[in-house]
Design a protein around this ligand. Structure first.
Ligand code: XIL
Length: 458
């Protein structure tokens, strides 16, 4: 019967995400549910789960037509008792695939694949929010080709759409996702997936969502076009989800990467939720990378604070640092606004009366949220002249030693020792009096006094 927090910003990942119309989930291993700190952190912080291994082919159908659901059932009943969403992971994947599957000839393999999909989806019918129907079907690198697997090699490209059609028939109420890694930015692999999804939508092949795994490290950081890439998939008419997020590292750098991912999801209206790939670093599949939000003792890391803050939540500040009273932002919104909206009550925005004759603009800086080591800004650019603008460039001086981790809805540059942001392809046009926004996340401490910003109409 909790009545706490009704008038305050949400104080857990799940409730903060829910206030944004999203879920915040984690991968769960059945074997750890009996550990009380594991279960209580799960139940307190998260409102969605993905079985980390328990629904994979090797776990559910180790020998042909002999199904074992005990471990997965344990996770499903735990999640149901907590009203959590459940992501099913995964039906057709080249890995964690029992060897008997690879030994089948084509016709038989097709039968076995259909049976596997149908049996799993029927067993969990009505309980699964979204299924990763096909996982990791594309090769890395620049080829854009399909990855070799028993399915690909014996059934050809068509196995993917066949799997989706079989899945739709088995549980028409589950969302059907394609899931992969290294498709987080615009690159050859993500474009190959994009082309497939576009084709599926055009031909009526049932697909509802694309999962972006989001396994990041220094060699593979959150790409600068992350949000734009999520948006281009969403624009095809599918939901997008961050399905296996983890970020190698620690401290501020890790926190800022997490914040960027959350911000990007919130800015894409069809990004329906985020799942991190585990609760505590000690059980991570990449434990030595310490990539999760809770350390080995279930203490909240700076990355946790950054995620909660980016979700518009507040409370539980663990990391020492400089908060700046940030976090609040009125509790609710914080997401949406940036995405091309003309909203944002912003701050100053000098301009007003009469308007400068000809083309002119202003740019005003507003801190949206902050956490130890980083902060997020929304800049409102307004046409303060009497003529319509077709382009604009804002400029300001970043405090010394601070860097911008990620900037969206504009193109970052530099000129005369200042940081600049030129309009994106889609938001350069402004009528007199109209405004638009862009945003960024910076590494550093949120300024008490907003820096002076200039705007030029070109
Ligand atoms: C990983 C699990 O976390 C490990 O426990 C297991 O040993 C291997 O698989 N992409 C996926 C996930 O889709 O299923 C993988 O999970 C990580 C990469």
């Amino acid at each position: 019967m909790s009545m706490a927090g009704s008038a305050h910003a949400a104080s857990t990942l799940g409730t903060a995400a829910a206030a944004q119309g999203r879920y915040f989930g984690t991968a769960v291993a059945a074997g750890h549910l009996s550990e009380s700190a594991y279960a209580s952190t799960l139940d307190t912080e998260f409102n969605a789960v993905t079985p980390e291994n328990e629904m994979k082919w090797d776990a559910t159908e180790p020998s042909r037509n002999s199904f074992s659901f005990a471990s997965a059932d344990q996770i499903v009943s735990h999640a149901q008792s907590q009203n959590m969403k459940i992501r099913g992971h995964t039906l057709v994947w080249y890995s964690q695939l029992p060897s008997w599957v690879g030994g089948l000839a084509a016709t038989d393999l097709q039968t076995a694949m259909d049976n596997h999909i149908t049996q799993l989806m029927t067993h969990y019918k009505g309980k699964i929010y979204a299924w990763d129907v096909v996982n990791e079907a594309f090769q890395d690198g620049g080829s854009g080709a399909r990855r070799s697997s028993p399915f690909q090699d014996k059934l050809g490209d068509g196995y993917i759409e066949h799997a989706f059609r079989t899945a739709r028939a088995a549980d028409p109420n589950a969302k059907l996702c394609y899931n992969d890694y290294n498709i987080d930015g615009v690159n050859a692999k993500s474009t190959a997936v994009y082309t497939m999804v576009k084709d599926f939508k055009a031909r009526g092949v049932p697909i509802d969502c694309v999962g972006f795994q989001g396994h990041f490290n220094s060699a593979s950081p959150v790409p600068s076009d992350y949000q734009a890439n999520l948006q281009r998939f969403a624009d095809l008419g599918v939901d997008v989800q961050i399905t296996e997020l983890d970020v190698a590292g620690s401290g501020t750098a890790q926190a800022n990467s997490y914040a960027t991912v959350v911000r990007s999801c919130l800015a894409v209206s069809r990004c329906t939720g985020i799942t991190v790939w585990g609760i505590t670093d000690k059980y991570s599949w990449r434990s030595s990378d310490t990539p999760l939000l809770f350390d080995g003792n279930y203490a909240k890391k700076p990355a946790y604070d950054a995620v909660l803050s980016a979700l518009g939540g507040s409370g539980g500040t663990t990391s020492g640092g400089t908060t700046n009273g940030g976090t609040t932002n009125g509790g609710t919104t914080n997401g949406g606004t940036t995405n091309g909206g003309t909203t944002n009550g912003g701050t100053t925005d000098g301009g007003s009366s009469g308007g400068t004759s000809g083309a002119a603009c202003s740019a005003s800086f507003g801190v949206v949220s902050s956490w130890a080591g980083g902060y997020q800004v929304t800049v409102t650019v307004k046409d303060t002249g009497t003529a319509a603008l077709s382009a604009w460039t804002a400029a300001w001086t970043e405090p010394q030693g601070e860097t911008i981790a990620n900037l969206w809805n504009a193109v970052q540059g530099s000129a005369g020792g200042q940081t600049t942001a030129h309009n994106a392809a889609y938001n350069g046009t402004l009528a007199p009096g109209a405004s638009t926004t862009f945003g960024f996340v910076a590494n550093g401490t949120a300024p008490q006094t907003p820096p002076a910003m200039t705007c030029q109409p070109s």
